[in-house]
Design a protein. Structure first.
Length: 113
C-alpha cells in the first residue's frame, strides 16, 4: 500500500506541474540560492508560493520517494494555498484540487496503522 501511495504522489506531482504551467507560474530559471535557503515556512519571505511549490516542495517530495524514505505524516499544502490565493479561488480551482489530492495521498499510508 505504501508503494501505491508513493506512485500516486509522483503522479500528483506531475499533475501539479501541469497546473502551474497552465497558470503560467512554472518558471524556467530557479530563484537565487539565497532565496531557496529561507528559514521561514514556505519561504514566505523570499519566494512566491508557486515558486516554493516548484523549487522546494516538488523536488523534496521526489527525493523522499526516490530515496525510499517514508512519506511525511502530515501534509497541509492545500490549507496554505487556500490562504495565499483566497482572493482568486476560482482562478486556481484546479491547482487547489490537485493540492488537496496531494495532501490526502501523502497522509493516506499513515492512516492505515
Amino acid at each position: 500500500m505504501v508503494a501505491q501511495a508513493k506512485l500516486r504522489v509522483l503522479a500528483l506531482l506531475s499533475e501539479l506541474e501541469d497546473e502551474l504551467r497552465q497558470l503560467g507560474w512554472w518558471e524556467q530559471q530557479a530563484p537565487s540560492a539565497q532565496a531557496l535557503q529561507s528559514q521561514q515556512p514556505f519561504c514566505v519571505d523570499t519566494l512566491e508560493f508557486s515558486q516554493w511549490l516548484q523549487w522546494i516542495f516538488v523536488p523534496r517530495m521526489q527525493a523522499i520517494i526516490n530515496s525510499e524514505q517514508a512519506l511525511p505524516a502530515q501534509c497541509a499544502i492545500y490549507e496554505m494555498a487556500e490562504m495565499v490565493y483566497r482572493e482568486k479561488l476560482a482562478a486556481v480551482a484546479g491547482l487547489l484540487a490537485c493540492l488537496q489530492r496531494i495532501d490526502a495521498a501523502v497522509i493516506a499510508p499513515h492512516g492505515l496503522h
